[in-house]
Design a binder for this molecule. Structure first.
Ligand code: CU
Length: 154
């Protein structure tokens, strides 16, 4: 009994000492069935004292999953693939429409019927993170969600 308790305590301690990520408000944008791509949004908080670099993403509904950002090129807003997504120590980043996001490419047939998506992210130390995100219709796709959030602070 005592042996078991100390083993559990040891596991909890070593886990807490590592960098860790908390995923919140995750969602995948519902798209018409003929669309080949969609995007996912979420808030990621790094509760550790070291930055975390995610270098790989996979999902169960797409052949490819990438980290994207938006850049302006020739006066046009374009999406650009990022080799890594860095979450600074003790900080949160928000992936949202019109900013950094997760791109799901080459969607599988009837992908939206699943209702939710499972992501597996991997950081540069080969630690993996599993996240479940519901598939949701987003009505104000063009409007940056940032503006809606600001409203609550007044
Ligand atoms: Cu994209």
């Amino acid at each position: 009994m005592h042996k078991f308790l100390s083993l559990v305590a040891g596991l909890v301690f070593s886990h807490a000492a590592q960098a860790d990520l908390v995923f919140e408000q995750a969602s995948v944008r519902l798209m018409p069935a003929m669309q080949k791509n969609t995007a996912a949004f979420m808030k990621i908080t790094n509760t550790g004292s070291e930055p975390v670099s995610l270098i790989e993403a996979n999902s169960n509904i797409s052949e490819k999953t990438e980290f994207h950002t938006h850049i302006v090129q020739n006066d046009m807003m374009m999406m650009k693939k990022m080799d890594q997504l860095i979450i600074p120590a003790n900080q949160s980043i928000i992936l949202e429409s019109g900013a950094k996001h997760i791109m799901l490419l080459d969607l599988k047939r009837n992908w939206a019927d699943q209702g939710e998506v499972e992501f597996i992210f991997r950081d540069k130390h080969q630690k993996s993170y599993s996240v479940i995100a519901p598939i949701q219709a987003m009505h104000h796709a063009q409007k940056p969600e940032k503006m809606e959030h600001k409203h609550h602070n007044h």
